[in-house]
Design a protein. Sequence first.
Length: 139
Amino acid sequence: MISTTDNNLPGILLLEDDGPTISILNIWLRGICRITTVTDGDTTLKVLTENLERGYLFELMLFDINIPFPWNGLTLKEEILRRYKPYARVPFVAETAYAMPSDRDRLLAAGFVDYLSKPLERELLVRTVQKHLCAKSLV
């Protein structure tokens, strides 16, 4: 698990199992949000439990859909919402190499608020993260 340290920024949980993508996203989102990175489903659940026990709720979930077995981004999102009721108010953004229009529709229908296809574009990623962090703060 990797965590950036600027406590004044909104916190996001980045679920990504590709090291180079993790590095790029940390650079691109520096100064915009505080990132906690996890690489698999079991670690994600552990980090969420530990943070909720301390009273901390991530403000955005950025989820790669293709993660190590036995999870995928869809089943993990469902499990999080089943276990941790406060996350029903937190936006989940899908990040995936699945780039067919039907994939986008399927992920949005599954409750993701947005969809980013790989290879990621820096400006689109930043706009998407800022949009959902701002929308969350207005609620």
